[in-house]
Design a protein. Structure first.
Length: 547
């Protein structure tokens, strides 16, 4: 970024579907700068195989989609949020189609709809099993061509800039190519940074998913919520070279069956919907089967899907599996669960505003109330689209009303990552490995208080060390991300220790059921305090009231 570049109206951190959709909506009336820490196409969106959940079939209804979402969310969804997002689905899909997204269609031109776990009907709009890539490619093409959108690749956001009154006025970024840290002021700042899967040793997420947005927001004073609800995707390919390649839930929607290594189809023992049960139940069932039988994976039997249909519906999965020596039309696939989705995040209202003035958060980095204790499959892209639209409307209203002053660089240099001590790569790599293994071993699919306490002590120490290193060392992207990963891990553990029950994605050994005392959002504050916020009443979406 040129040192004297004019400050934009809006700064967006992240280049996934949420950030791109928002950028395209506001760029007609405001100048936009997008910063992304690697290449602009590298995002969680790009890896999404399943699709977007929306009511489009004649045998479906908004009420059924709402009911499925509330059931998966285990009593913690904000029902009014669920209803608004679900009802917006068809129009959001139509807008994407108008923008050139090539969804799979029948010969008659109708959307081909898939079904995934927890859904009572076929309602997943998809583009084969390349849905995320199709979305990312098309929206990126539009953003790159827009004269009011500037894209800065290889720029890592380090910390939020704040005025004396606490208002967010941009962020500090690290130019990874030049190794230079500099302020990037803006009238409005939007975090669309995605999730934090890299907090765990095994994840379906790309390497960029280090929780940067929630970590920066938390350090600046924003509240986070429901971090204990980490979704583990039940079926990632088990192969040492596959980097936990995700086998879409849509494969089970087409008839695939989970089996243990003894050949038994075990899911009927765990849930009436068997292999199409919600993800939390499937992941725990696989985890228990593996532990009880002493096996390191289970099998996903895809052989009952007609071969031609399987290859046509899942070309990417078939090709990738073949590269690792598996033919999904002839033999079962070895699979294991892996960290997949962050249901919690920065607390936001119906306009995607955080409780820090000037800061909006959209996509996986936000906690909107839609997912509750467990995200229903393919609701995430729907959420990103909805709140990108809601945020764009709010931002344009406020910019037009001059609610935000012109963006100016801060008077003093940023304090983050400007030290002179040389980074010790071996120390950074060591703590990266220890942190992620600690989270996997002690804060995984099933937890207990003793292991959580052990993990908290370790993660707090590494988080403290990482922040000290960031303050006195030369700018280094791996070190900055280590600080974010260890901070997010610490916050996840604190939230998990507070919630002494089993609900949704948070399973505590020895506490098998839900406790009515924990019906609410687990909010964590800047001082580390954790409190339960009651679910909002109808029409109340102000995050400042949710304490």
């Amino acid at each position: 970024m040129p040192p004297n570049a004019a400050a934009p109206d809006v700064l967006i951190v992240g280049s996934g579907i949420a950030g791109l959709r928002f950028a395209l909506a506001v760029a007609e009336h405001a100048s936009v700068r997008m910063v992304t820490k690697k290449q602009d196409f590298e995002s969680n969106t790009n890896y999404a195989q399943g699709g977007i959940a929306s009511v489009l079939a004649s045998d479906d209804s908004f009420e059924l989609h709402v009911a499925d979402t509330l059931t998966a969310g285990a009593g913690l969804c904000h029902e009014d949020v669920v209803r608004r997002v679900v009802r917006a689905g068809p129009s959001l899909i139509a807008e994407l189609a108008e923008q050139g997204i090539r969804f799979s269609r029948s010969e008659e031109g109708r959307f081909v709809l898939g079904r995934e776990g927890g859904h009572s009907r076929r309602r997943i709009v998809h583009a084969g099993d390349f849905t995320g890539r199709e979305l990312e490619t098309a929206l990126l093409h539009l953003a790159r061509a827009h004269p009011r959108i500037e894209m800065l690749e290889d720029h890592l956001a380090v910390q939020l800039l704040q005025a004396d009154d606490g208002r967010v006025v941009g962020c500090v970024v690290l130019d990874r190519q030049r190794g230079v840290v500099q302020p990037c002021p803006a009238r409005v700042t939007v975090l669309a940074t995605g999730g934090s899967g890299k907090v765990y040793l095994y994840t379906s997420n790309p390497d960029i998913a280090t929780g940067d947005g929630p970590a920066m927001a938390y350090r600046a004073g924003a509240r986070l919520a429901n971090l204990e609800f980490v979704q583990f995707h039940p079926t990632c390919l088990f192969h040492p070279a596959a980097k936990n390649f995700l086998i879409s839930e849509a494969v089970r929607g087409e008839g695939a069956v989970l089996r243990n290594l003894g050949g038994e189809a075990f899911m009927e023992r765990y849930h009436p919907q068997a292999d199409l049960a919600p993800r939390d139940i499937v992941a725990r069932a696989i985890d228990l089967e593996m532990k009880q039988r002493g096996e390191d994976h289970v099998l996903l039997d895809t052989t009952m899907i007609q071969a031609e249909h399987a290859l046509q519906r899942f070309p990417n999965i078939a090709l990738t599996c073949r590269r690792f020596g598996f033919d999904l039309t002839r033999s079962p696939l070895p699979v294991v669960p892996a960290a997949h989705y962050q249901c919690g995040g920065v607390v936001t209202n119906e306009h995607a505003e955080s409780d820090l003035p000037g800061l909006f958060v959209i996509g996986e980095a936000a906690c909107t109330g839609l997912h509750g204790a467990n995200r229903l499959a393919s609701n995430s892209l729907l959420e990103a689209l909805y709140f990108a639209q809601a945020a764009s409307r709010r931002v344009l209203e406020q910019l037009a009303a001059s609610a935000y002053p012109p963006a100016v660089p801060p008077r003093r240099a940023p304090a983050a990552a400007t030290g002179t001590t040389r980074v010790l790569p071996t120390a950074v790599r060591h703590d990266w490995d220890v942190a992620r293994r600690t989270m996997w071993d002690y804060v995984g699919i099933v937890r207990d208080t003793e292991r959580l306490c052990i993990a908290l002590e370790r993660m707090e120490e590494m988080s403290k060390d990482a922040q000290e290193w960031v303050g006195r060392c030369e700018p280094d992207a791996d070190l900055i991300e280590l600080g974010n990963v260890t901070l997010l891990g610490t916050l996840v553990i604190r939230c998990a220790l507070y919630r002494a029950e089993t609900r949704g994605l948070h399973a505590m050994a020895g506490i098998p059921g839900q406790d009515p005392r924990f019906v609410g959002d687990t909010q964590i504050f800047r001082d580390g305090a954790v409190r339960l916020a009651p679910l909002p009443q109808a029409g109340d979406h102000d995050p400042r009231k949710r304490v």
